[in-house]
Write a protein that binds this ligand. Structure first.
Ligand code: HEM
Length: 150
């Protein structure tokens, strides 16, 4: 169980911590210092690297989580906090899938073609969806830890 929980928590740290850094720290710093074309290129490069890690976490979270549920004896044997976690985790993964397939790929294409206006609009959508997933990630972490303690 311990190695599974370690992989699970490592995935949470990478995904939620990465979103926190991108949204709370890098975004305002990039707006302050860089003009739009450079800023959009920076985000394209940041997302390419970050999303490769997010793919690892969106695979590792449900695999490690479902295996832990199996070791506990199935859904009927685990607390309500795990039911909430599974639901919220699946919503987060769906939002990420939308960010990657519907927004990021278009954003990256606009940056490559130097369509700065369209790229800026797409970045605005990605920003809002990352805010949604960051909120859900913090909420899920709270549910997991506090729910277990109750
Ligand atoms: C995607 C489906 C997910 C499943 C099936 C799942 C399942 C589980 C299970 C079975 C545990 C062990 C619970 C226990 O020992 O009482 C656990 C622990 C935990 N999970 Fe998840 N989880 C999922 C997603 C997430 C997400 C998205 C987050 C946060 C963003 C998260 C955060 C945590 C944390 C912080 C713990 C440690 C709780 C503790 O031991 O205090 N999980 N998860």
């Amino acid at each position: 169980m311990a190695p599974l929980k370690f992989i699970h928590l490592l995935s949470v740290l990478i995904w939620v911590g990465g979103m926190f850094f991108a949204y709370v720290v890098l975004r305002p710093a990039a707006v302050e210092i860089l003009e739009p074309p450079l800023r959009l290129r920076l985000w394209d490069s940041v997302f390419r690297r970050f999303f490769a890690w997010v793919w690892f976490t969106v695979a590792a979270l449900p695999i490690s989580g479902l295996y832990m549920i199996h070791l506990y004896g199935g859904m009927a044997q685990v607390g309500r906090h795990v039911h909430f976690m599974l639901t919220l985790g699946l919503v987060m993964i769906a939002v990420y899938g939308h960010v990657f397939f519907s927004c990021y790929r278009k954003f990256s294409r606009h940056v490559a073609e130097q369509n700065w206006k369209e790229a800026g609009e797409m970045l605005g959508k990605i920003r809002k969806l990352i805010a949604v997933n960051l909120t859900l990630g913090l909420l899920t972490t709270g549910v997991a830890v506090i729910g277990k303690a109750l």
